[in-house]
Design a protein around this ligand. Structure first.
Ligand code: G6P
Length: 478
């Protein structure tokens, strides 16, 4: 039996400071719930010890104080980083180069050399820190774009390790990827190739990656396997799922019912459209507001009869592209409300802040339409959560074709997020969709996403990783 190391930028806990007192709470989010659910159900049998590695949000000294209070069935291993270096790695390279470029916003990318230096430094910190802890029989699962060079750094030190890498955001086409300076392209691709298995959400992302590998390295790519320097690296598409039962069974939770009733009371006979996203330019919040405006212009009969509940969750607000987005949305919502609203009715109800789980489910299950319009999104779990939450099989999903989730949810009303007329038309179609059609579409989507939930996703990845490593070892022996 071996140890499992889950490695991501963030640890699955949030440290809170109130005066001198430190406490912690478990974080929510797609990756945390996926990995925790898998470890709960199957990890015990496979691994002797589970360790989650990520950058600490507090100092080494503070960590000592708070770590005594941790209770989880895995250990946390913090990586400590100097503030400036972390800032250039996280706000800089990860979120001002890779994030915009990989989401097809090349003009937002800020190619500052010191960002790349900091990115490499933090990845080296992870590798150095783990060097003494990892044994050849251990398994490492690296997550996301913050840590793309890490697989090669670990493999170099310990070639027998089993290393999986999963990218949670899109992998762009070569034409986008090549916008980065050449040596960065090499280091990133070669870094990823230190893994035994590289996973993506969709076949398209995997194919873009394979194309970049062929263009940038000497590797031979055949049947989605990469052959390089006597090693073979497998690739695959693993569309991340959600904890389906948790969302589906929440429908009747006491707290959810109470909050849903409040919303139903508030909207009375009006229709309710709902959306929730992190504040991010990739999420298309502005496009959906324009689509909603178009809907109101084209369908004046709905004025006073529909409410759009728009929830935007604060995110990455140290980056100017994010802060400026907030201003644009605030202003647009204000204009829309003053243009169409009156004392008794506002077309948009807007919250900038977090929602509790019960509040989220109450809104998913009270609304008539979930309006999800990213300009580009690796997967989009909100779409899957909404579908899973609708135990009543009512409600309509309007979903952007640019979300990875659209591949698995073709029964949604699929829109192009840049086509405000189409968004407006689909809002109308969704609001007027007969009950039987809503139920048919919802049932088909529920069947599909419940058959590949978070645990299936993690199990599938681990099984493929085991095979990939076995193939690798065999190759070495021959
Ligand atoms: C995306 C990324 C995750 C990230 C999350 C929240 O889903 O794929 O790696 O954790 O956004 O972003 P943040 O910068 O707050 O971690």
């Amino acid at each position: 039996m071996s140890k499992l190391f889950i490695i991501s930028n963030r640890l699955p806990i949030t440290i809170e400071k109130k005066g001198d007192k430190l406490s912690y709470r478990q974080s929510s989010g797609g990756l945390v719930s996926a990995v925790s659910a898998y470890l709960d159900q199957e990890g015990q049998r496979t691994f002797t010890k589970k360790v989650w590695v990520g950058v600490s949000e507090c100092s080494e000294q503070e960590w000592q104080t708070v770590s005594d209070t941790f209770t989880a069935d895995y250990d946390f291993h913090p990586i400590f980083a100097a503030q400036k270096t972390y800032d250039q790695y996280y706000n800089g390279f990860a979120n001002s180069v890779l994030w915009p470029l990989f989401h097809y916003f090349p003009s937002y990318a800020d190619y500052q050399p010191q960002f790349f230096e900091a990115y490499k430094k933090i990845n080296h910190n992870f590798a150095d820190d783990l060097a003494n802890q990892l044994n050849p029989e251990d398994t490492v699962w690296i997550h996301d774009y913050h840590l793309l060079p890490l697989a090669a750094l670990l493999c170099k030190r310990n070639p027998k390790l089993t290393i999986g890498l999963f990218l949670h955001i899109p992998f762009p086409s070569y034409e986008l990827f090549r916008a980065m300076p050449n040596d960065w392209q090499h280091e990133i691709i070669e870094g990823m190739l230190g893994a035994d298995l590289v996973g993506f959400h969709t076949n398209d992302y995997r194919d873009h990656f394979l194309n970049c590998v062929s263009k940038i390295t000497q590797a031979k790519v055949q049947d989605q396997i990469i052959h390089l320097n006597g090693r073979q690296i497998k690739t695959g598409a693993f569309p991340i799922g959600i904890d389906y039962d948790q969302f589906n069974s929440a429908y009747n939770n006491e707290g959810v019912v109470a909050k849903r009733n409040e919303h139903l009371h508030m909207k009375q006979d009006k229709k309710l459209i709902f959306s929730v996203d992190r504040l991010d330019y990739t999420k298309g919040v502005f496009s959906r507001l324009k689509g909603y405006r178009e809907f109101l212009l084209q369908n004046p009969g709905y004025i006073g009869k529909v409410i759009f509940a728009l929830v935007v969750i604060p995110s990455r607000d140290n980056i100017s592209r994010y802060a400026e987005r907030k201003k644009i949305i605030d202003e647009y919502v204000g204009n829309l409300n003053s243009r169409f609203g009156n004392i008794g009715w506002q077309p948009v109800v807007y919250q900038y802040g977090h929602l509790s789980f019960d509040e989220l489910i109450a809104l998913y299950t009270a609304c008539d339409i979930a309006l999800i319009t990213p300009l580009r999104d690796g997967m989009n779990l909100v779409a899957k959560e909404f579908v899973a939450s609708r135990k009543d099989k009512r409600g309509v999903l309007v979903l952007s074709e640019m979300a990875g989730a659209a591949d698995e949810l073709p029964e949604a009303l699929i829109i192009n997020p840049n086509d405000r007329k189409e968004i407006g038309d689909m809002i109308r179609r969704g609001l007027e969709m007969p009950r039987a059609e809503q139920e048919d579409r919802m049932a088909a989507m529920q069947a599909r996403i419940s058959s590949y939930n978070v645990v299936d996703w993690a199990r599938d990845f681990f099984n493929r990783l085991k095979d990939a490593k076995a193939g690798q070892l065999q190759l070495r022996e021959n």
